[in-house]
Design a protein around this ligand. Structure first.
Ligand code: GLU
Length: 485
């Protein structure tokens, strides 16, 4: 059996879009599931779209997500160069384009801009494209030679027949057959000498021994033309897996405007890498048992591209938030603290034990920025409504609360042990003496020390963090409020 070889072939044009990350992930999983090779190829032939720093983003993201490539520009595996502009220097694209010309499958085109602009256009996939009229196909060999010798700028076009059909197979879409007359004579080599993506992807995937190609379905409509190139060369067509579109909640293509279209955006919003990778794996793929939480290792074991769906995948940020929360819960306390610390420090400037606070919120937040709303009361007691002291189930109201807080103040003024346990024991003793339920005492205390309806921990845990002075100050403040009812 031939070894599986997949490639991630990004164009360095900016951030790592979620769709690109999904292609990279699926390519990685297909290879690793069968002990194959996962290769990185940089597709930088479109000089106009090149963005400074984008190549670094690609390396950084692959490293961070654990999608380790076996071969690439930084790791020679014998199939280099791995950057298309460097491949061009070797003359490889020109060599193969000339081979096609010899075979009558391609031709030089010298048409200038004015002539091309005068040609008919057609709308394909919502885009207006020019249909080339094969004008230069009729040039004799001698005419071509003469124009080349004169140095007239040229492109090389694919020569697609006007009759017959081309069929190709996609793993998700099945067999697709198109009339050759619908295939435009696309440019293979541009006037700057660079190959187009349309040509380079075929030459590279073949010469680099790629067995499986995973890419967005925006390439589906061009694939018959690629297949015609493979056939013209007599090369074996790789397995094609064209992935469904990723949409936002409104079923519009996930774009920058959605605010969370790239890996970097999501990291900035406080998501953890493992959760993002796990979620992206499920954008189109689902396992038989509908299980949802997978480590990268588990994805390698379970991923099967035959189970990828061709219906559009909706990027559901609510679901990702939930999943991220699951990852935070499962994280070890030290790692969690390390990641939570900057968020805690952004809200709390007082010298409280942030590790304890981190443990309080660990199971309550979905993403790190949620931390602020849970812990802001430590920094400063918020203004709150005395009505919060009234709690039906706890059987408390403003009167009972005032009485309890006064007693508790006296008791806690002499208390030295402000540990959670110490405070709890003292207060439970008071509860027993009073012959009431815990909540009858704890509710008003928690309200007084936090000023909030919901807190990430109970009264005694909060007081442990606040310490004696601040706790008593807040209880006194509660008494003052209740006295003025
Ligand atoms: N450079 C292309 C892109 O970034 C790659 C498509 C492919 O995987 O063939 O969209």
């Amino acid at each position: 059996m031939t070894k599986i070889r997949t490639r991630y072939a990004p164009s360095p044009t900016g951030k790592m879009h979620v769709g690109n990350l999904r292609s990279a992930l699926y390519e990685f999983l297909i290879a690793k599931h069968d002990n194959g090779d996962f290769m990185l190829r940089i597709e930088d032939t479109d000089q106009e779209r090149f963005v400074e720093g984008a190549t670094e983003i690609i390396y950084r993201t692959l490293e961070k997500t654990g999608l380790k490539h076996d071969e690439g520009p930084d790791k020679d595996g014998g199939y280099g160069p791995y950057v298309q502009s460097e491949r061009m220097q070797t003359g490889i694209y020109m060599k193969y384009a000339k081979e096609l010309i010899e075979k009558g499958e391609a031709y030089y085109c010298f048409c200038d801009k004015e002539r091309l602009e005068s040609l008919k256009t057609e709308v394909v996939d919502g885009k207006e494209i020019m249909i080339y009229d094969k004008h230069c196909l009729s040039l004799s060999k001698a005419e071509v030679e003469a124009k080349l010798a004169e140095g007239i700028p040229f492109v090389i076009r694919q020569n697609n027949p006007m009759e017959g059909t081309t069929t190709f197979h996609d793993e998700l879409y099945g067999d697709i057959t198109v009339n050759n007359s619908e295939l435009d004579d696309m440019i293979l080599i541009k006037s700057d000498g660079y190959p187009t993506y349309n040509f380079a992807n075929v030459v590279d995937d073949h010469t680099m021994n790629i067995t499986h190609v995973v890419r967005g379905n925006e390439y589906l409509s061009s694939s018959p033309k690629y297949v015609r190139l493979y056939e013209a060369f007599g090369w074996e067509v790789p397995v094609y897996i064209h992935l469904p579109l990723i949409t936002d909640e409104n079923h519009k293509k996930l774009s920058k405007r959605s605010g969370h279209a790239s890996f970097e955006d999501l990291i900035e919003q406080g998501f953890v890498t493992e959760a993002i990778v796990n979620y992206v794996a499920l954008l189109g793929w689902s396992p038989e048992d509908n299980r949802e939480i997978f480590s990268l290792e588990e994805l390698i074991q379970n991923f099967d591209y035959h189970r990828v769906s061709k219906s559009p995948a909706v990027f559901d940020i609510v679901k990702l938030r939930w999943m991220n929360g699951e990852y935070l819960k499962a994280m070890d306390a030290d790692t969690f603290y390390e990641m939570a610390e900057p968020y805690l420090k952004a809200t709390i400037s007082k010298p409280y034990d942030l590790k304890k606070i981190a443990n309080m919120v660990k199971t309550r937040i979905e993403v790190f920025p949620d931390i602020a709303e849970h812990v802001d009361f430590f920094e400063e007691l918020p203004e709150y409504d005395v009505a919060m002291y009234t709690h039906k189930k706890m059987k408390t109201n403003t009167e009972t609360s005032l009485e309890v807080l006064k007693d508790v103040l006296t008791i806690l003024e002499t208390q030295e042990d402000y540990s959670n346990d110490g405070l709890y024991q003292t207060l439970v003793k008071y509860v027993e003496e009073k012959g009431c339920k815990n909540g009858y005492v704890m509710w008003p205390i928690r309200t007084a020390v936090s000023g909030k309806q919901m807190t990430p921990a109970g009264a005694t845990e909060i007081m442990e963090v606040l310490g004696k002075e601040e706790s008593l100050k807040r209880i006194r403040k509660g008494i003052e409020l209740l006295e003025n009812v």
